[in-house]
Design a protein around this ligand. Structure first.
Ligand code: UDP
Length: 322
């Protein structure tokens, strides 16, 4: 049985991946500093409090367990905050990852699956975005992730570190059984905010710009279901000793902000109050992934669609556990 260290396993994508790995009989150790993670989302009995900036806390984990693969989810993720406070992003995301890699290599742990992002591409020059598309991040968040991808590539060459960097497009939805879900504080993501507006918890949803060059003027994104993302991590673990590189993860389909609102209204049978606002800085008009490489390398294809995403997110919104 393989032992997987899920760093950041109390967070949104980390907890859903942990759940899938446990269901597939992996031995899962969750590490988290609980700054943004939720203790209610820790699904394994093996929990270690650890912080990427505290090498001793990292070292203790590798002394205690024989880890086969690390999945590293523990990054800061807010684009706007990264523009205002780049130091926070470069420190945690880049130096924190360097610390983790140093301790891994010290203990001869050579396999890492890394959470990367569509934000490394900046404003796309074509869509769907494949892995040959140039990288040109337009905010410190995306840049911090791209820097780590370069570091992983160099460590692969120099130290035989195996890595798979998974570049998520818009992770969304929640587990169907309602045990875990999406809960960010503050919440900035479109789907939970729409559902909060529908529920009456927010006065309205602000649409950030309706003058983009898209059919209805609102931004188009590639929303990918959280359990499909979790599955990609499981497949990456299985593949990692035979492949190192970066892979885009999306559905190859896009929905506009207005389309998402319509689907949410259909599913909830309620009206969503909206307000048109100005564009949000750093938002490209269209982000859609090509998932050809994910198919070829990981044998991964998404199984859920946008309706599944919004149904499960609505179920969570009505029955939140944290
Ligand atoms: N968006 C919006 N209103 C909001 C939050 C998001 O119109 O209150 C738009 C945003 O401009 C983007 C899309 O919804 O086009 C998805 O944004 P989100 O923050 O969920 O994910 P991102 O694309 O930034 O990763």
């Amino acid at each position: 049985m393989k032992t997987i260290l899920v760093f950041g396993g109390a967070g949104y994508i980390g907890s859903h991946t942990t759940k899938l790995l446990l269901e597939n009989d992996y031995n899962v150790i969750v590490a988290d500093n609980l700054q943004y993670g939720h203790k209610e989302a820790i699904l394994t009995k093996h929990f270690e409090y650890a912080d990427l900036m505290d090498k001793e806390s990292l070292n203790n984990i590798f002394e205690k367990y024989k880890i086969d693969v690390v999945i590293h989810f523990a990054g800061f993720i807010s684009v706007g905050e990264s523009v205002e406070n780049p130091m926070k992003y470069y420190t945690n995301n880049v130096i924190g990852t360097l610390n983790l890699l140093e301790i891994m290599l010290k203990h001869n742990v050579k396999n890492i699956v890394f959470s990367s992002t569509a934000a490394i591409f900046g404003n796309p020059i074509y869509t769907p975005i494949d892995e040959s598309h140039p990288t040109n991040p337009i905010n410190p968040y995306g840049m911090s992730k791209l820097m780590i991808e370069h570091i992983l590539k160099d460590y692969h060459k120099a130290y035989n570190l195996n890595y798979i960097a998974l570049r998520y497009f818009n992770a969304s939805g929640c587990d169907e059984d309602g045990i875990i879900g999406e809960s960010h504080n503050p919440e900035t993501h479109l789907i939970p905010l729409i559902l909060k507006a529908i529920k009456g918890e927010k006065e309205y949803i602000k649409i950030f710009g309706d003058d983009y060059e898209t059919p209805d003027g609102t931004c188009i994104r590639d929303y990918i279901y959280i359990k499909d993302l979790a599955m990609a991590h499981k497949l990456a673990i299985e593949k990692i000793e035979n492949y190192s590189g970066s892979i885009n993860l999306g559905t190859s389909k896009g929905n506009s902000v207005k389309e998402i609102i319509k689907i949410a209204e259909k599913i909830t049978q309620k009206t969503c109050p909206i307000q048109i606002d100005k564009r949000r800085q750093g938002d490209p008009a269209i982000l859609i992934a090509s998932n050809q490489k994910a198919k070829e390398i990981l044998n991964w294809t998404p199984s859920y669609d946008i309706e599944d995403i919004i149904k499960t997110a609505w179920n969570w919104e009505l029955n939140k556990k944290f």
